[in-house]
Design a protein around this ligand. Structure first.
Ligand code: FES
Ligand code: FES
Length: 178
């Protein structure tokens, strides 16, 4: 006789909203997000940690959600691809991928966007070599990576604070002359 552990409730915050769902101890986080919570933007590829299609941001760091059980994410804060855009306003990383044709079939794209998000958080102005290293855990079978690298570079530029804005900020923080 096989004894299965009963599902348990998992509570977590995803894209700024509280979510609860039930998962067996063996349920992978990828399946929990997709099947239990309906967040199907996180894609399933290899399920063994090789392709990066399932990449999400968990408590501020990029992780492959197929390598975690849902129960390990209890109480955590997650960003999935659904949380990047604000309404109809694309995130600058999404805009850059769109503008530079950083995708073809789009299967790798959610993971690629979140790997880029993680890279630019750690290194806001990466070199081409650093970009290639930063996204090396995410495989794309279509693009040949050239346009993805261009898109990441462009996203870094879009997300850099504009010089004028910097100047305005430093003026604002300077003591007022009388
Ligand atoms: S599905 Fe997770 S790394 Fe491939
Ligand atoms: S765009 Fe098809 S796998 Fe990357």
């Amino acid at each position: 006789m096989i004894l299965l552990s009963p599902p348990k409730q998992i509570d977590l915050t995803i894209n700024g909203q509280k979510y609860s769902g039930r998962a067996e101890p063996r349920t992978l986080l990828t399946y929990f997000l997709r099947d239990e919570l309906g967040l199907t933007g996180t894609h399933i590829g290899c399920i063994v940690g090789k392709c990066g299609a399932c990449t999400i941001i968990l408590d501020g760091k990029a992780v492959k959600s197929c390598l975690l059980f849902a129960s390990q994410a209890e109480g955590s804060e997650i960003l999935t691809v659904e949380g990047l855009a604000k309404g109809s306003q694309l995130h600058p990383i999404q805009e850059a991928f769109w503008e530079h044709h950083g995708l073809q079939c789009g299967y790798c794209t959610p993971g690629m966007l979140l790997a880029t998000y993680d890279l630019l958080k750690r290194n806001p102005n990466p070199t081409e070599a650093e970009i290639r290293e930063g996204i090396s855990g995410n495989l794309c079978m279509c693009t040949g990576y050239v346009n993805i690298v261009r898109a990441v570079k462009s996203a870094a530029e879009k997300m850099a604070p504009p010089k004028k804005q910097k100047a305005r900020l430093s003026r604002a923080s300077a003591p007022l002359r009388r």
